[in-house]
Design a protein around this ligand. Structure first.
Ligand code: C2E
Ligand code: CA
Ligand code: CA
Length: 249
């Protein structure tokens, strides 16, 4: 069914705003959505692993990238000025021999020198285990002006040498750490430490899963500048994102 859904372009995108401390939209993360006639909405937590396992992730991933590029272009034409649009990548996708070619072709199909979108690819820590090859891929993609962000930071095989050696621009603090903020003393120290690490390596930080004003306050006091989570908005359809943008820009 996933195969058919991808072929029929039934995988759609949801958009979740990333917001600054003065509550302006600065970025957006695109998240894949599959709503099936028989089963209703199926979570990406379920279908992304299936896509990875079956190899469908290549087709699915390219579809997500292309759909996101189309939206980025549309928004640029409408004057919706989003600083960065973030797209999730799977390890298997980035290590596919044709990844650089596929991304480059899509990029050239929708953009030219005068309309360069600001795109971020989110990768996870597991990818670093691929070693030097993954750095080569990242560096090739960066030539297009695309940035890289380390998603779910702190949950995988976090290693300071990965952070130092991988050519990335940003880290995203995993939402589980944010969720624990008011519950455990050491959660505050962990988040504070991650913010310090980011500073040392000169990386931008996005805090994910911000749900409460207290979490937001803590993060602001500790130097975080970009926030994402239900406190601001759930991932929504394109039209609703546009409304949110107009109210918060
Ligand atoms: P992720 O990249 O860590 O995305 C963030 C997830 O946290 C999203 O779940 C989002 O809806 C949820 N979230 C955002 N704010 C909050 C909050 O304040 N509280 C809570 N409890 N949750 C929040 P979603 O959309 O179900 O996506 C789950 C995961 O599926 C993503 O986690 C990502 O790993 C994967 N995924 C989604 N779309 C794609 C895609 O196009 N490609 C790939 N490779 N993976 C994707
Ligand atoms: Ca993500
Ligand atoms: Ca994440």
């Amino acid at each position: 069914m996933l195969h058919t859904a991808i072929a029929n372009k039934q995988i759609e995108l949801a958009y979740q705003p990333q917001v600054t401390k003065d509550n302006r939209v600065t970025g957006v993360e695109v998240l894949a959505r599959w709503s099936n006639d028989e089963f209703g909405a199926i979570s990406p937590v379920e279908f992304i692993p299936i896509a990875e396992h079956t190899g469908l992730i290549i087709e699915l991933g390219n579809h997500v990238i292309e759909s996101a590029f189309i939206t980025a272009k549309e928004w640029a034409n409408k004057g919706i000025d989003i600083r960065y649009m973030s797209i999730n990548l799977s390890a298997r996708q980035i290590m596919h021999f044709n990844f650089v070619n596929d991304v480059t072709a899509l990029f050239k199909k929708y953009f030219d020198e005068n309309s360069r979108p600001r795109i971020v690819f989110e990768i996870t820590e597991g990818i670093a285990a691929e070693g030097k090859d993954v750095c080569d891929v990242i560096n090739e993609i960066r030539k297009l002006g695309i940035r890289f962000s380390m998603d779910d930071f702190g949950t995988g095989y976090s290693s300071l040498s990965y952070i130092r050696n991988l050519p990335i621009d940003e880290i995203k603090i995993d939402r589980h750490f944010i969720g624990e903020l008011s519950q455990y003393k050491n959660a505050e120290e962990m988040v504070d430490t991650i913010l310090h690490i980011a500073k040392i390596f000169n990386l931008e930080v996005v805090a994910e899963g911000v749900e409460t004003e207290e979490q937001r306050q803590f993060l602001i006091e500790h130097g975080c500048k970009i926030f994402q989570g239900y406190f601001y908005s759930k991932p929504v359809c394109k039209e609703d994102f546009e409304k949110f943008y107009l109210q918060n820009s």
